[in-house]
Design a protein around this ligand. Structure first.
Ligand SMILES: Nc1ncnc2c1ncn2[C@@H]1O[C@H](COP(=O)(O)OP(=O)(O)OP(=O)(O)O)[C@@H](O)[C@H]1O
Length: 870
């Protein structure tokens, strides 16, 4: 049976240890897959499924050529699969029986070092989760391409754990196999990660220095799991792993994944691309390292005023030095991704060309330093502290490698002449031999008189003398030995030529292998400088991000934010950083936001399409920008530091997780109501619209009241329930604002200006007309609207700052419904009366009757009567 062949036995034994991965089994020039692996891989990679053996014993099989295997592997990894790479680990020529094979590496989404999955300006994090007995969760993460390592502990908050994993963008999560199923299900629902398993283990001694800064055993245990997984899968040096840093989510402004998505921080809602996001505006970086850092900063705005101010001071310094900044950025453009190059050095996968790129980047350091000396002298120490070591590394690379080496490390041409004597002597031998051959051609031409005679070389026959058939008669007898016959020429060799050829080839072979050995020595030596390269990479990325902030702030006329301790918001002429760039120049209408005692919550009304959501998002984005240390789009921006931002904006259908739109809306609202503090910012957009009018309105009001009385967070609440605008009479810290619009010649003009007071209409039908709904529909809607306005008791609108003539009716609690034909004047009278009645009712309700004397009661009734008569 085919399965019983020794090779198949070997395959099955290895496969048994790698059940969760495709086993790429090396057979000669191919990686082969068998059984289910083959069926699935053929499907996923669209390659032909073949088979070994006959009939029932036929084993499904497919394969990819060794030379182009990488693209196939990358495709599988991108789809979230894992691959166990099984190589022949002994020379088939010396093998007794089946060639020895071993899995030399596990390729997984979180441990890839190259390929499409690695985005230049994005980290590729691998996260390990450890659940401790006391509901404490340890999270450790690393980006293997850069060596960054970080850990945190989260106490009893699964939501935060999930958000931490999601916000890192991790594609792979390492857990213990004993982890509880419901928790894994919850994580899988919210984060698209590939799961891998690694059990608890002691910290490997060799890496103890990495955790020197960690204070708790739990943190070390959490990191150990991650490290153990790396060791098991990578099977090679991890010398570039950096000191593990401890971070606390409480040190950053917290935003759940919905909020980040709603605010379009790093990708747009529509197509999930960077374009259209806040990141696309503030990321003006010119290096890949800077690009990754600015993304991390946006994901985690700061809450420590001192650190924010430090960044702002630097942005100001970069702003004040236009010429130095621009020159500095020009230099930075030529700096390669030295952080990832460091990773490749540690891995031993760096080539000579990349080392030369590293050298060129390092050579920029003195110039970069001189710019920083002018722009922010106080930071020179911090950013350029390891110049001597950088200098040494430059020397090493300069002396050893030529200026333009090839990508291949096995074909020679990498080492600089003069670096190694033996290599130089081989080079001379080869060069002299080649010179002799070139001279031979001239000599032979002269002696034979055959002008077209030439000396050539090919891999099969080596050097030869070629003479065309027409000239063969001119050659002297016995001097040449015939080697190859072509259609119109003959090729010859001579003993002398063969002798030189042996010399040249021998020298070249030795040269190549010596070059490779020398290159490996240089690469190993470069490993000693990893830490210094990484320190420099950090400095370069910070400089790049901050200089970028200055560039965008200057270009778009941003202002430095000020942080108020009294928690007041005062924004004058604020703009939405993204919307202002996509609409026609000069068309963006800047808006103020004033929030303080008496107006801690703003209830925003206004027509559809007026700009309510834009106004709300604008405030949150300004807060995020300020807290990452960037200037903001406004003329004055005084803000408190927000600990958390919550949003419920737009439709966030989460059908994939089996929840209805309304349920998602309620879940997000619950999250905001339970987690927010008075230092938070809450944005709620049309809460309640996903259910019946009464339910929706009741919920909206209850939520507003709860935030107003209990949570006390700064809140923007937009609504089309105009009835809610009356709440400003009872809730002292709530104010109505509206986005204004005017009607001109039958069409509505959106002014996009936010002003105090409430709006009167939603102009939904007008927007429907703009969307070119069939005229029959919009006409009928207008008729129905008129009917509803005249008959529905819920159509309550108090006043209009925009269009007096279209004001719907306020219904009286005591009067009969007015006639449909009632004039505007009549209805205005009704409105006034209704208001008066309401005041009376409110007074009546508030009165504590049980504690009144009869006289007081009589006086009170008298007072009420008087108000009604008025
Ligand atoms: N301040 C502004 N200046 C200029 N244009 C604006 C401004 N605010 C919004 N807009 C434009 O108006 C469009 C609609 O804005 P937005 O989605 O905020 O409206 P909305 O009031 O929330 O609408 P709806 O109630 O229908 O959800 C935006 O896409 C933008 O083009």
């Amino acid at each position: 049976m085919a399965q019983n062949t020794p090779m198949m036995k070997q395959y099955l034994e290895i496969k048994a240890q790698h059940q969760d991965a495709f086993l790429f089994f090396r057979l000669g020039d191919f990686y082969e897959m068998f059984f289910d692996d083959a069926v699935k891989a053929a499907q996923e990679l669209e390659i032909t499924l073949t088979g070994r053996g006959q009939g029932e014993d036929r084993i499904p099989m497919c394969g990819v050529p060794y030379h182009s295997a990488e693209q196939y592997m990358t495709r599988l990894i991108e789809k979230g699969y894992k691959i166990a790479l099984c190589e022949q680990v002994e020379d088939p020529k010396h093998a007794k029986g089946v060639v020895k094979r071993e899995v030399v590496k596990l390729l997984t989404p979180g441990t890839m070092m190259n390929g499409n999955i690695i985005k230049e300006k994005e980290n590729n994090y691998l996260v390990a989760l450890t659940v401790f007995e006391d509901d404490c969760y340890g999270l450790a993460r690393t980006d293997l391409t850069t060596g960054e390592c970080a850990v945190t502990l989260i106490i009893d908050d699964i939501e935060e754990v999930i958000q931490d994993i999601a916000s890192s963008g991790a594609k792979e999560l390492v857990v213990s196999s004993s982890i509880k199923e419901p928790l894994i299900k919850q994580i899988e629902k919210k984060c698209s990660v590939t799961l891998s398993y690694e059990e608890e283990s002691e910290l490997v001694k060799e890496y103890e220095h990495l955790v020197a800064d960690l204070q708790s055993e739990k943190l070390i245990t959490s990191f150990s799991r991650l490290l153990q997984y790396l060791i098991r899968t990578q099977k090679r040096s991890l010398g570039h792993l950096q000191q593990v840093t401890f971070y606390q989510n409480d040190s950053f402004m917290k935003m759940d994944t919905h909020t980040k998505r709603n605010l379009e921080l790093t990708e747009s809602l529509r197509d999930k691309k960077k374009a259209g996001s806040l990141l696309s505006i503030v990321d003006q970086t010119v290096t890949a390292m800077g690009g990754r850092l600015v993304k991390n900063w946006i994901e985690r705005p700061l809450i420590n005023k001192k650190t924010i101010e430090e960044r702002l001071v630097l942005v100001t310094a970069f702003l004040d030095s236009y010429f130095e900044r621009e020159e500095l950025r020009d230099e930075l453009r030529q700096v390669y991704d030295v952080e990832r190059l460091a990773g490749r050095i540690a891995y031993g996968s760096v080539n000579a060309r990349e080392l030369v790129q590293l050298k060129r980047s390092l050579q920029k350091v003195p110039l970069l330093k001189s710019f920083i000396e002018k722009i922010a002298p106080q930071y020179v120490e911090r950013w350029f502290k390891n110049e001597d070591q950088i200098e040494q590394l430059i020397d090493l690379l300069e002396q050893s490698l030529v200026d333009d080496p090839p990508i291949s490390v096995t074909d020679g041409g990498m080492i600089r002449p003069g670096y190694h004597e033996e290599l130089d002597s081989y080079r001379d031998a080869s060069l002299n031999g080649k010179k002799w051959i070139a001279e031979l051609e001239q000599r032979e031409k002269l002696e034979t008189g055959v002008k077209s005679l030439k000396v050539g070389f090919n891999k099969v026959f080596g050097y030869y003398i070629e003479v065309t058939r027409a000239n063969l008669h001119l050659l002297p007898e016995g001097r040449y030995e015939r080697k190859q016959t072509l259609s119109n020429a003959e090729r010859f060799i001579t003993p002398e030529l063969k002798e030189k050829e042996a010399l040249i080839l021998n020298a070249e072979e030795k040269m190549e292998s010596l070059e490779y050995d020398l290159f490996v020595i240089v690469r190993e030596e470069a490993k000693q400088y990893l830490e210094h390269i990484q320190t420099l990479a950090h400095a370069i990325s910070e400089i790049d991000v901050l200089a970028g902030f200055a560039t965008v702030s200057e270009k778009r006329h941003y202002v430095r934010p000020l942080f108020s301790d009294d928690r007041k918001i005062e924004i004058v002429d604020g703009r939405h950083p993204v919307v202002e760039t996509v609409i026609e120049k000069g068309q963006y209408v800047a808006n103020d936001v004033h929030m303080h005692t008496g107006r801690e919550m703003l209830l925003i009304t206004g027509p559809n399409m007026a700009g309510k959501s834009t106004y709300m998002r604008q405030l949150a984005l300004l807060a995020v920008m300020a807290q990452i240390g960037c200037y903001v789009p406004a003329t004055v921006a005084k803000l408190p530091i927000f600990d958390q931002v919550f949003t419920r904006i737009g439709a966030a259908d989460d059908l994939a997780s089996g929840q209805s739109t309304f349920m998602v809306e309620m879940l997000e609202t619950r999250y905001a109501l339970t987690k927010a503090t008075e230092k938070s910012l809450i944005l709620l957009d049309e809460i309640g619209r996903g259910t019946s009018t009464y339910d929706g309105m009741a919920l909206a009001q209850a939520i507003i009241e709860y935030i107003h009385d209990t949570v006390r967070a700064k809140t923007l609440f937009s609504t089309h329930y105009h009835e809610l605008t009356q709440l400003d009479e009872t809730l002292v810290d709530l104010k109505n604002v509206h986005v204004s619009a005017v009607e001109e010649n039958g069409s509505v003009v959106f002014l996009h200006k936010v002003v105090d007071g409430q709006a009167d209409r939603s102009y939904g039908i007008y927007v429907a007309e703009l969307a070119e709904l069939p005229t029959e529909v919009t006409k009928r809607a207008e008729e129905l609207l008129t009917e509803f306005e005249q008959s529905t008791p819920t159509a309550v609108t108090i006043s209009s700052s925009v269009t007096e003539d279209v004001k719907p009716q306020q219904l009286s609690l005591f009067f009969e419904e007015h006639e449909p034909t009632a004039t505007v004047k009549e209805s205005t009278v009704h409105t006034t009366i209704a208001k008066q009645e309401e005041k009376v009712i409110k007074k009546l309700i508030k009165k504590d009757v049980l504690n009144m004397t009869p006289i007081e009661a009589l006086q009170f009734i008298n007072e009420l009567q008087r108000s009604l008569k008025e």
